[in-house]
Write a new protein. Sequence first.
Length: 190
Amino acid sequence: MAAALILHDERDVNQNLYSPTSNDPHGELFDHEALSPGELAQIGELFGAMGALRDVERRIMDASQQYMKLNATAMRAIHVLMVAENDGTLATPTVLAERLGISTAAVAKMIAKLEADGHVVRHRHPSDRRAQTLTVSPSTRAAAMDTMGRTQASRMRAATVLTAQERDVVIGFLRRTAEDLAASLDREDN
């Protein structure tokens, strides 16, 4: 009986973790009065679903990093390089630094390690003798497709069952959320 009670309490805590009223009981952060109890509950469910997605993504990223023995930045670099190659564009260390939001010095160090570990291959730039381009090694590409590629396929399946209008709603929500969060960070930085 006690175990069931504990599980029930944990479930309540997890549900309340995303509840607007549990996080802002006095309406200090946003106006509760404009929403019905049902709408507030649905918003809590929405944020709970987003939290569950983040948790699964974190677990997938951790598993992929362990499998490939790479940190998060290196995994992102591999992804950027694979997409560039898939699109037929050249990826240079400078482009990689810009895409990852890190310094060119940090990228140079990371590339040296990735190359030494057999994950990336350096090539001469076809039109600039001073520059080089980067590609992912065939073995790393295969490993990435086997891990993260399968994960991306799951996301695609989830998106394909939505109607065009449902996808537009989700896209709009996610973009507005990202914009509002970015604006919140910008306000904190000033």
